[in-house]
Write a protein that binds this ligand. Structure first.
Ligand code: FES
Length: 162
């Protein structure tokens, strides 16, 4: 399909406008740095440099200071990622209840679908009583088979890709 520059520019402009609104909403609240960085990642999928610059300007900080904060946390991305990320817990409770099956099934599907989503191993999501557990973007999913986990991820990919 041919690229449609006007549409791409328009989509980007929409993201910056939405970020600008989010920044305005939370700039009066103390300690809003992380909220603003989350907003950047929510709109762009990662800490897009120009958007981080908007946050830096709003907070009176430098981009380097914001990246210094962001690198402390594992939930921020510094390069574009697929729109769906499945974080599979592989810690003990989940390991004993089938986490490796889920991980293997999702990794194979991600390869077959040319990285329509990304799979990450994580250590304990705090959902041990629902083992095996995973996060599909920000949604907690527990007590699922590998097939059910894959269906959940596929549904998220379909929803996001429209
Ligand atoms: S061990 Fe998997 S969520 Fe805690």
């Amino acid at each position: 399909m041919a690229k449609q520059p006007g549409k791409v520019e328009s989509a980007e402009a929409t993201k910056y406008a939405a970020l600008s609104r989010d920044i305005e909403e939370c700039r009066q609240e103390p300690g809003s740095t992380l909220d603003m960085l989350h907003a950047v990642q929510r709109h762009f999928g990662y800490l897009e440099p120009q958007a981080v610059g908007m946050v830096a300007e709003a907070l009176g900080l430098t981009k380097a200071q914001l990246y210094g904060v962001a690198t402390f946390y594992t939930m921020f991305f510094f390069e574009p990622k697929p729109p769906v990320i499945a974080r599979v817990c592989v810690n003990l409770s989940c390991h004993l209840r089938g986490a490796q099956d889920i991980l293997h099934t999702l990794e194979e599907a991600a390869k077959e679908q040319h990285d329509a989503f990304e799979v990450e191993e994580v250590m304990c999501l705090g959902l041990c009583e629902q083992a095996p557990a995973l996060l599909v973007n920000e949604e907690a999913v527990g007590q699922v088979s590998a097939e059910e986990a894959l269906a959940k991820v596929q549904a998220c990919v379909t929803t996001i890709s429209g």
